[in-house]
Design a protein around this ligand. Sequence first.
Ligand SMILES: Cc1ncc(COP(=O)(O)O)c(C=O)c1O
Length: 394
Amino acid sequence: MGSDRFLMQTYSRLPIGFDHGQGAWLWDTQGNKYLDAISGIAVVVLGHAHPEFVAAISDQAGKLVHTSNLYQVPLQAELGARLCAVSGMDRAFFGNSGAEANEAAIKLARRCGHERGIETPSIIVTDGAFHGRTMATLTASGNRKVHAGFEPLVSGFNRVPYDDLEAVANVGRNRNDVVAVLVEPIQGENGVVIPGSGYLRGLREICDAHGWLLMLDEIQTGMGRTGKWFAFQHEAMQPDVITLAKSLGNGVPIGACLARGAAAEVLVPGTHGSTFGGNPLACRAALAVLDRIETEDLVTHAARLGAYIVAELQRRIGAWPVVAAVRGAGLMIGVELRRACSDIVNLAMDAGVLVNVTNERVIRLLPPLNLIHSEADILVDAVANAISEFARSP
Ligand SMILES: Cc1ncc(COP(=O)(O)O)c(C=O)c1O
């Protein structure tokens, strides 16, 4: 493998690299085969080399990759309409990543505040959140490791504990500069943290009472991952803004900020933009993702297969002393251990399965949504074996 000495050392990379993939499987440059239960961190939602997806982006690459937002982009308009139809939103803005999608949401909220005469608008965010690595999104993130060394942080954020409605209500009682709440419906990087049922509805009520925007970061949870198109659809509520990226392009970079009602009218010509955002190639990729999710009914499949995996893991390992919790929504699954367990990644990799450990103690599974039943069984076996081996180690 080539040396990475010409790359900035921003990542602690594992010592393998991949040559090609097929469905939920990856082959490394040595010819070893792995079941991919992380799918590029919730990105490759259709699995690798999905034939219809490959055909769509190949066809588009041969026709037109990029023109710019100086002109009409028919595929962008079509994608906006399709996303609004499945999410209940009114308008979309397209960027190239999750962080950019959240930047758009933050700008939208601030501008909304200014329109209402609030000169220093502030946004409520939560402990443990992850919203990206740009200056505003790292400030919005609730993890000191993400902040360290990048101070001064951006002003205009108020942090509260996650899954704590009273804390949000309390900010409302004490401040009059709040314009929005930005929150993940399930915290991904923090370890698949699922709030109590009614959290999002409760946030909706508080936001309505104060005239705040409710902005949900669905970058990891969106596009069918949790067994609904969007995680907010598990509760009978509708946010004002949602942000998407990751699975949206199945690996072709694209992010989106969707808004509804008055919030959808805030960003007008000259206020925001992106050179690449929503270009024909990225939009064709996302349209192919939407087509396949619908045609293959992957939302229902994710709900059912995810419930099966969680039940199997509960049955096999739920009572083990080292296991603190098994939890999940659709194919966003976390197994929390009682001690730091980054070694699990290597143990599972040696057994031919790729998993991720996040927040030190949580084994995170984010397989492609079209994982099949027999692959789910391989995954459960591998996770159980890796934990058993790990538990025997000091
Ligand atoms: C919930 C959430 N928001 C935002 C981001 C940032 O996305 P990106 O890395 O595409 O900028 C991530 C990435 O992990 C995420 O999980």
